[in-house]
Design a protein around this ligand. Structure first.
Ligand code: F0G
Length: 461
């Protein structure tokens, strides 16, 4: 009898490569010298010395031929350009929001919105606020409150939607502070919580609560396509819908969004605010003109609007999303098979290695995350980012205070690396795992007064 079941096949990169860039390969001793000169801080290493750059998935996408083509026909008129019309149409079609304001990137959208709607002493809840969102809220004198579910705070715990909001806590919070909440937020996917998705059921629940208290609901939507695809894969009764349909329902549940186009916009720069209603519009436009640019370009060249417009459509192609989500699950499974623990399950855009559980011979004060970041650079030329005691720990009266977790984030640029790159990296990670006891700890030798992970210098202990 003929087997009609589809054959399980390797998920491949659903594109062919038209333009390439060489990968720099340095020797371990060359990297050792570079690392010492950079004070063991990968933010201070030049990109030309990095073979695989997993510092961020933001602004690092490879653009398509269609995006580059659209850039060539951009209309660079100061006001009312056709590029803006096309961009606005794309955003309206995707989100259903009438009012679209371009900005140069996500944090500019944050600064504009909070600058207009926030007064000192107010509070803005979310599952987890991203660092710049939190900083912009605090800069306006308000408080950023994280209400992710308990599972979202436990790296080893398996849960399909660890980005979900704790609805009971949200309801109680809104009841208590109703008049002090200028808007309520939700980050999809939840980057700070490990790139974890939020279920459609939870988004509906969040919308209902904000509506009940008359609080405008604003999505931080920069990874909306990855979130929608994970809903299609994991949530009951969602498997037969298109990702675009799920994304459109997601947006329809909120009153507006803040967007960094540098993630699921598949662009190297750009962002926007989009809103259902116009009540904040005059003030937002005035502030936009003052600091970003005229409302039909918002600090971008029209060619950037074109790239973003095409990117926002391409990102919903399901073969692309299948490949995109396979990247992080493939890497997480490969690392786990080598005994390297990662946050479970893999997130949409990144894998987070649990350095505390992997390098058990290093106590937190010997900075296991930063030690692993440095070893992966020395051995493989990988650039990753410590999210642990360097980023969130403190030194108080000369005494070390560790962070709750010691994570290392490998964030994957979109459409940039192929499966053979990841296989090569996993071969090297096997070697690191085999000699992990020999990895030496680090200590901070110099640190600035704040945001120390960017510029601190370290030495081997
Ligand atoms: N919101 C989220 C959830 C983000 O992840 C980021 C940026 C922003 C807002 C700000 O957008 O960079 O365009 O100003 N995340 C990057 C990262 C920087 O590496 O995770 P932006």
């Amino acid at each position: 009898m003929k087997n009609t079941e589809p054959r399980p096949r390797t998920i491949i990169e659903p594109f062919k490569i038209k333009m390439v860039e060489p990968l720099p390969f340095l020797s371990r001793s060359e990297r050792q010298q570079i690392l010492v000169e950079a004070g063991y801080n990968l933010f201070l290493v030049e990109a030309k010395s990095v073979t695989f750059d997993f510092l961020t998935d933001s602004g690092t996408s490879a653009m398509s031929a269609a995006q580059w083509g659209a850039m060539m026909i951009a209309d660079e008129s100061y006001a009312g350009s056709q590029s803006f019309s096309r961009f606005q149409q794309t955003v309206r079609d995707l989100t259903g929001y009438e009012f679209v304001l371009p900005t140069h990137q996500g944090r500019a959208a944050e600064r504009l919105l909070f600058g207009v709607i926030v007064k000192p002493g107010m509070k803005i809840p979310s599952n987890n606020h991203f660092d710049t969102t939190r900083a912009n809220i605090e800069q306006s004198g308000a408080e950023a409150i994280d209400l992710v579910i308990a599972e979202g705070r436990d790296p080893a715990k398996q849960h399909s939607f660890k980005g979900n909001m704790d609805l009971d806590r949200l309801d109680a919070f809104c009841a208590k502070y109703q008049s002090e909440i200028p808007c309520g937020m939700l980050t999809i996917t939840n980057n700070t919580g490990g790139g974890q998705p939020v279920s459609l059921e939870n988004i509906r629940g969040v919308a209902k609560i904000y509506k009940k208290y008359g609080i405008p609901f604003i999505l931080d939507a920069c990874r909306f396509a990855e979130n929608s695809y994970l809903i299609k894969l994991r949530e009951q009764n969602q498997g037969s819908r298109t990702v675009k349909d799920i994304a459109q329902e997601t947006f329809s549940l909120a009153d507006g969004c803040l967007m960094s186009g540098k993630k699921d916009g598949l662009s190297n720069i750009g962002g926007f605010i989009a809103l259902k209603e116009s009540q904040w519009l005059p003030a937002l436009r005035a502030s936009l003109i003052l600091t970003e640019g005229f409302p039909t370009y918002g600090g971008l060249a029209a060619r950037d609007l074109e790239a973003l417009s095409v990117g926002l459509q391409e990102v919903l192609e399901e073969p692309y999303l299948a490949y995109r989500i396979a990247v992080s699950s493939y890497m997480a499974a490969g690392l786990n098979a080598l005994g390297i623990p990662t946050m479970q399950p893999a997130g949409g855009h990144a894998v987070y290695i649990d350095a505390k559980a992997f390098l058990t011979h290093l106590p937190p004060e010997h900075l296991p995350g930063q030690a692993l970041v440095c070893e992966m650079f020395l051995a493989e030329g990988i650039r990753s980012c410590e999210i642990g005691s360097v980023m969130f720990g403190k030194t108080v009266n000369g005494k070390f205070q560790p962070a709750a977790m010691e994570l290392v984030r490998l964030a994957f640029p979109r459409r940039v690396y192929t499966q053979s790159h990841f296989d090569y990296i996993l071969e090297g990670m096997a070697e690191i795992a085999a000699r992990k006891e020999r990895i030496r700890g680090l200590k901070i030798s110099w640190e600035p007064p704040f945001l120390r992970h960017f510029t601190s210098r370290f030495e081997v202990v």
